[in-house]
Design a protein around this ligand. Structure first.
Ligand code: R5P
Length: 315
């Protein structure tokens, strides 16, 4: 069914890679991965990939540098083993928030990482919910950019929330476009939280633009929950403005630093996230719903391999 398609995984998220393999009905290609005593990563492809169309699954979430380096080294191994084409499947692209010079004398690390991936030998990139869509242009190879939003919305639709009770509350100005897409699929209207960031882990939110939301069901969507300051702060604003029920949702559950304790205390009914990143058992809260993006990624891989249109999956 798949002529010369090979799916392999790094150590970042083998469970997702296995789900994608199951979707495609393919075995995962065996790869021996380890570390030398000094911490250097060792890789050996344990099967012949000469002339194969290789898809390598490796989100670059925490530990970001380890996962990124492993991605680069596996790409190099594939290139030197004469793969015909190598697609880096990066469901979560780390370093994406360092995408511009917003202060003097700082790097644009998202561009550096894109250069590294391309230079290592990736012929294409398949990714999902980049922090900023224009990061696609940092790569000098084709990028297929998927969105988890429609899949998260299928879950919200299954809850049968009355459309006239829904207010999609954008947790900051940067999420307005995404929030409007959710409004178009789920109904309701838009409100916006005025967020000011004071440091990498702290945000301040107070005002709500587009209220009142008293007695409404507030749905908050962000691209990622990292320390959870943004989304929990926004949920607290929604609560203070009288929202009856609050759901928070994000494509990427990075969940670092104080995230889990913040989420545990948050005034929310459910936390709905995708499995673009692994979520260890100790971070899975009882009100957390994890939605699989394996079918979306698997279908994109199927279409890329067969040179079929992928754009249908973009939104
Ligand atoms: C910000 O621009 C992003 O869209 C997220 O809101 C932010 O990066 C999430 O980070 P944290 O969870 O640490 O507030």
């Amino acid at each position: 069914m798949y002529d010369r398609l090979t799916l392999i995984s790094g150590r970042a998220h083998p469970a997702l890679a296995q789900e994608i393999a199951d979707y495609l009905g393919l075995p995962l290609g065996p790869v021996e991965l380890g570390n030398f005593p000094d911490g250097e990563i060792s890789v050996r492809l344990e099967h012949n990939i000469r002339g194969r169309d290789v898809f390598l699954v490796q989100p670059t979430g925490p530990p970001v540098n380890e996962n990124l380096m492993e991605l680069l080294i596996i790409i190099d191994a594939c290139k030197r083993a004469s793969a015909e084409r190598i697609t880096a499947v990066i469901p979560y692209f780390g370093y994406a928030r360092q995408d511009r010079k917003d202060a003097g004398r700082v790097p644009i690390t998202a561009k550096l990482v894109a250069n590294l991936i391309t230079k290592a030998g990736a012929d294409r990139v398949l990714t999902m919910d980049l922090h900023a869509a224009q990061i696609q242009g940092f790569f000098d190879v084709p990028v297929d950019h998927l969105y988890a939003g429609p899949i998260l919305d299928e879950y919200f639709q299954s809850l049968r929330l009355p459309r006239d009770e829904i207010v999609v509350v954008s947790p900051d100005e940067g999420s307005i476009k995404r929030s409007l897409q959710h409004v178009s699929r789920l109904g309701g209207r838009l409100a916006i939280v005025d967020k000011r960031r004071s440091s990498a882990t702290e945000t301040k939110q107070a005002n709500l633009i587009g209220g009142p939301i008293e007695g409404k069901t507030a749905l908050l969507f962000d691209d990622m929950i990292s320390t959870a300051g943004s989304i929990v702060g926004a949920a607290e604003v929604a609560k203070a403005h009288g929202a009856k029920d609050i759901y928070i949702s994000a494509s990427h559950a990075v969940l670092c630093g104080p995230a889990v304790s913040r989420l545990r205390e948050a005034p929310v009914r459910e936390i709905v996230v995708s499995n673009s990143l692994p979520i260890p058992p100790e971070k899975r809260l009882p009100n957390m719903k994890i939605i699989s993006v394996a079918p979306l990624l698997g279908e994109a891989i199927r279409r890329i391999h067969r040179n079929e249109s992928v754009s249908k999956l973009f939104d």
